[in-house]
Design a binder for this molecule. Sequence first.
Ligand SMILES: NC(=O)c1ccc[n+]([C@@H]2O[C@H](COP(=O)([O-])OP(=O)(O)OC[C@H]3O[C@@H](n4cnc5c(N)ncnc54)[C@H](OP(=O)(O)O)[C@@H]3O)[C@@H](O)[C@H]2O)c1
Length: 256
Amino acid sequence: MDLGAKLNGKRVLITGASSGLGENFARLAAGCKAKVVIAARRKGRLEKLAKELEQLGAPQVTVIEMDAASEPSIDAAFAQIDASGDMLDVVVNNAGVSNDGLALTLPTKDFDDLMAVNVRAVWLVSVRAAQRWQAAGRGGSIINIASIQGERVMPGITPYSTSKAAVVHMTKSLALEWARWDIRVNAIEPGYIGTEMTDAMWETDYGKALIKRIPMRRLGKPEELNGLFLLFATDAGSWMTGACVPVDGGHLCSSL
Ligand SMILES: NC(=O)c1ccc[n+]([C@@H]2O[C@H](COP(=O)([O-])OP(=O)(O)OC[C@H]3O[C@@H](n4cnc5c(N)ncnc54)[C@H](OP(=O)(O)O)[C@@H]3O)[C@@H](O)[C@H]2O)c1
């Protein structure tokens, strides 16, 4: 079965597409000849990526400057999507931030800022997509990019782990509410993957020690998420909803 071919002609929104995993998903979708909508704050990077996506085979690329922390900005993004072509078929809630700091000294603002992007935006974007699909009497696929931190914890990133656990629960709860309309909601739980979010850490002694605790003893590559992404995005996964699946080199089942 050619999963990529199943994405041909579908319209896919990817938030946080200006770098890292989002950029990778945008390239994957473009290579499958999907219409790609890329959203993030750094418009210059999106515009550069858009040219590449066209060369990769995307029949339509829509660039949207969107601040996921702002509800009006998300509303404006959906207005732009509505005005610029077909309905979405797949929505990828990928935009995310992390911060470091022990709970006793972390400023409240850091907690709030992280939750606005990692949790509230997932909610706002998902609801807007599902409202449109329900009104049109058709289904759709939402893919949330959670994390292994949504299942287990480590010190120093409590807001991040908490946010990803919220995404895991939101995925299951929205899947339950929307399954009757064939709106599927699933989550990928990546382990450690080298991207701008984490690159600096892997050079430190702490980072190197972390990699040794991954059973496969290496970081993942963004493209190692692509198989699961295509399963969730296409009708190859038509009976999958509420699934939160780790892709992590075995990290979640590492030895206690
Ligand atoms: N890398 C890993 O090891 C790993 C592991 C598990 C889960 N994840 C998750 O994967 C997702 C992507 O992370 P990444 O590793 O690819 O990190 P990244 O390279 O730092 O990318 C994060 C993306 O999110 C966007 N973003 C951040 N704040 C935003 C905002 N307020 N509005 C709109 N977009 C915003 C950024 O775009 P702009 O700055 O241009 O807005 C950027 O495109 C995140 O949800 C992350 O938690 C990553």
